[in-house]
Design a protein around this ligand. Sequence first.
Ligand code: SF4
Length: 230
Amino acid sequence: MADSATAPARRADLAEVGAQASICERCPHLVATRTQVVFGAGDPDADLLFVGEAPGADEDTQGVPFVGRSGRLLSELLAGIGLSRDDVFIANVLKCRPPENRNPSAEEIAHCAPWLMRQLELIEPIVVVTLGNFATRLLREDTAGITKVRGAAEIRTIGPRTVRLLPVLHPAAALYTPSNRALLEADFGLIPDLIAAGPPPQEQAVAEPEPEAPSVVEPAEDSGDQLGLF
Ligand code: SF4
């Protein structure tokens, strides 16, 4: 559990940041087509933060991340390790739906990354699980594809926070290729021990009132090992 002494203030700040994001207009093309900003959902004191790619049609309509088929699978995977959505916080790299569910552009990712950095700073998770290629490449600042790095936990300083980072396949990958579900289940099986290990030392973390966006890694070809989306 995150630092309870500052939890009320962090919760209030997270709500304020969410209110600011809800009227964000940094990406004019997305503003023109979105129904609403999908900031994130879950426990603001969560030890576990999931970062996906971007809202889809269901998420855009409901204003909640991961509520479609991928979301149902995410809930099942959480249940498999004794957790529910209420125990975690779920966010995306982009807070607005790209039209036709196209890939996020590098410019959009750069525009939206500061919102994610604020979420990291205020939620203070122990573990960050990146779902798929876009979140993994952004938070690892590396072009390595998800199929090469999935299941390999590492300690990373991401903006204001040092965390235990675990890349996993995007749940949608298991909808298209059912055999990927076993890989997801195996990787989710690592999460309880990562949480139990506690937060890594924060001495490398740099708290900034206005965190800069991390350098954006252009989505790279994935050597054909998996669809780039995941
Ligand atoms: S995607 Fe992010 S940066 Fe772009 S308009 Fe939406 S909230 Fe703002």
